[in-house]
Design a protein around this ligand. Structure first.
Ligand SMILES: [Zn+2]
Length: 271
């Protein structure tokens, strides 16, 4: 229904209505307990989000499942978007002016932030999805076949995308190919700390079955402890970081409502 309505409303009007809606929602939720670093709003609470499925509890999936205080009332940023924003904002080495950025499936707040720094060197895009409002500058492409020359980008941001991609190994190889030697990719996925090997079965196409097995109707796998190994097989040097390692206090993490000390997967293309 929502998709049908979106298709009927031209994008500029849809975006305008969305802004007005978010403005008033932000006013209704204004308070002191939470702070969104992306829109700089202060709120009495954030909004609930995510899917409430048994597998999320059973497999203790990090980065998925129903969460209270997940979505910012003022800008609709999610906890994982605020996490990466905070990480990037505290990693000055990564974001120099005009840095060449590739942002896959761009989240609005992060996109604006990165675009302000990279200017004309910022490229974002994703696969076509019906009923989705694409940003003005966002391109349509398939991560399994990127339309870029080798060794182009200095920073790649790809937040909760690979779990949707049929051939994630091909996608990882493609990201690696288009990155400059020495470049960094931030490749977040939901994953389970209680499974060793990634669970996947390409024959499962039914959304209900996918929910049961992988934790969301459109996920094609559930990553386990072997996720960094998969990235390493594509050529990356993989490291993990948490906000705590960046000296960001737990109290602040709670205030911006991110999953406390969620691991951020950093994949570097060796020089
Ligand atoms: Zn916000």
């Amino acid at each position: 229904m929502k998709t049908t309505i979106k298709k009927l409303i031209p994008r500029p009007i849809g975006n305008g209505l969305r802004r007005i809606y978010l403005y008033f929602r932000g006013v209704v939720y204004s308070g002191k307990l939470y702070f969104c670093p992306i829109c700089q709003g202060s709120f009495k609470s954030m909004l609930e989000g995510g899917f409430d499925l048994p597998i999320n509890y059973e497999k203790k999936i990090i980065g998925a499942g129903k969460r209270k205080n997940m979505v910012c009332p003022g800008c609709a940023s999610t906890d994982r978007e605020r996490l990466l924003y905070t990480y990037l904002n505290n990693s000055p080495g990564l974001l120099k002016p005009l840095v060449k950025v590739l942002h896959i499936a761009p989240e609005r707040g992060l996109s604006k932030y990165l675009n302000n720094i990279s200017k004309s060197n910022y490229i974002s895009g994703m696969k076509y999805h019906e009923g989705f409002y694409y940003g003005k500058t966002s391109r349509l492409f398939d991560i399994q076949e990127l339309p870029f020359e080798n060794n182009q980008f200095e920073l790649v941001v790809c937040n909760h995308v690979l779990e949707h991609v049929q051939d994630d190994r091909k996608a990882m190889t493609e990201l690696y190919r288009v990155m400059q030697p020495g470049a960094t990719a931030i490749l977040q996925v939901p994953w389970s700390p209680v499974i060793e090997e990634t669970i996947e079965d390409p024959s499962i196409k039914d959304p209900k079955e996918r929910e049961k097995k992988f934790g969301q109707f459109d996920h094609v796998r559930l990553y386990g402890h072997d996720y960094p190994k998969r990235l390493a097989n594509a050529g990356f040097e993989v490291d993990t970081v948490t906000l705590e390692k960046l000296n960001i206090q737990l109290k602040y993490q709670q205030k911006i409502s991110v999953i406390p000390n969620e691991v951020i997967f950093i994949a570097k293309k060796p020089v």
